[in-house]
Ligand binder design. Structure first.
Ligand SMILES: [Zn+2]
Length: 143
C-alpha cells in the first residue's frame, strides 16, 4: 500500500521548499513522506471514518511547499488519494484488512455487542446491517 505514498512523495519532492535535499534528510522531506504514509495507511485501515483524505493530507504537508506550488501539490494529493481510495474499496474482501486484522461489521447488535459478521467492502456493514448505511449521514467523497 505504500506504493501510493511513495508515488505522491516522488511527484512532490522536487517542489519541497527546503533547498538542499541531502542536507535535510530527516527534515522536511522525511516529514512529507511520513505524512503521505500516515494518510494512505489511514485510508487503508479506517476509510469509513476518514471523510476528506486529500484535504487532510494537503493541510498536513502544505507548509513544506512554496506558495507557487500549492495548487499543484493539492492536485497531486487529490489524484493519488482518489486512486488509493478506489483501490482499497474495490479489493476483493477476504475478511481481513491489509494488516491481517479480521474485519467486522461496524454495527452493534441489539444486545449491545459488536456484530462480528464479515462486512461488505463498500460501506463496512454486513449484509444484514445494510440498512444502517443508508441512515448514516453521507460524507462528501471529494475533498
Ligand atoms: Zn452486522
Amino acid at each position: 500500500m505504500y506504493r501510493f505514498s511513495r508515488a505522491i512523495y516522488r511527484e512532490l519532492a522536487p517542489e519541497i521548499a527546503s533547498p538542499d535535499r541531502r542536507a535535510r534528510t530527516g527534515g522536511d522531506h522525511a516529514r512529507v513522506l511520513r505524512a503521505c504514509e500516515a494518510a494512505v495507511e489511514r485510508l487503508a485501515t479506517d476509510r469509513h471514518y476518514f471523510a476528506r483524505p486529500a484535504r487532510t493530507l494537503f493541510n498536513d504537508i502544505r507548509v513544506y511547499f512554496p506558495m507557487s506550488a500549492q495548487y499543484r501539490v493539492y492536485k497531486v494529493v487529490d489524484r493519488y488519494m482518489r486512486f488509493a481510495k478506489e483501490y482499497f474499496s474495490t479489493r476483493p474482501l477476504n475478511g481481513y484488512d491489509i494488516e491481517g486484522n479480521r474485519l467486522e461489521c461496524r454495527a452493534t447488535t441489539r444486545r449491545g455487542t459488536p456484530c462480528q459478521r464479515t462486512p461488505l467492502p463498500h460501506n463496512g456493514y454486513c449484509p444484514s446491517h445494510q440498512h444502517l448505511a443508508e441512515t448514516e449521514e453521507t460524507v462528501p467523497l471529494a475533498a
